[in-house]
Write a protein that binds this ligand. Structure first.
Ligand code: FES
Length: 157
């Protein structure tokens, strides 16, 4: 279980919520804040956010589970998100995902034992013209092939 949100984070949440006509409208920026400060949003954070914004926990869960940008558990230093949607799929993302699974020794949704890499698949990253593509943290990498992926990963510390 992760520790409770700090008083400082709670204060920031109240400050964000005060900018909106209703506290519920502040949900997305508040979730971004929590993820930025904790790295993920577990069920415990969902409940705390719901309490602070005076909304039902299911409302928070619906948003956290809808957007893949929110991590529901701790991720590695490098969060690899490979697009598995149509354009990327047609251009070979499936074999690239298999390559990453073999290279890292993990399945989709898992983190390497050294906590360096987490591998996920996601829906369209909005960069279909660069298919197949992936994101590592906030950086995009497109026109991928196995060799390019190896080079990218080998250059990460
Ligand atoms: S389908 Fe992969 S970025 Fe759009």
């Amino acid at each position: 279980m992760s520790p409770e949100l700090t008083d400082q984070t709670k204060k920031k949440i109240e400050e964000i919520a005060s900018r909106y006509a209703s506290k519920e409208a502040a949900l997305l920026p508040v979730l971004h804040l929590v993820q930025h400060e904790k790295g993920f949003i577990s069920q415990q954070e969902e409940k705390q956010v719901a309490h602070l914004l005076n909304i039902k926990p299911i409302k928070v869960k619906e948003v956290v589970t809808f957007y893949t940008m929110f991590n529901q558990k701790e991720v590695g230093k490098y969060h690899i998100q490979v697009c598995s949607n149509l354009s990327c799929s047609l251009l070979g993302s499936e074999s690239l995902i298999d390559h990453l699974k073999n290279k890292l020794g993990i399945e989709i949704g898992e983190t390497t034992s050294d906590k360096k890499f987490t591998l996920m698949t996601v829906e369209c990253l909005g960069a279909c013209e660069q298919a197949p593509c992936m994101m590592i943290n906030f950086d995009y990498f497109g026109n991928l092939d196995k060799e390019k992926i190896d080079n990218i990963l080998d250059n990460l510390e």
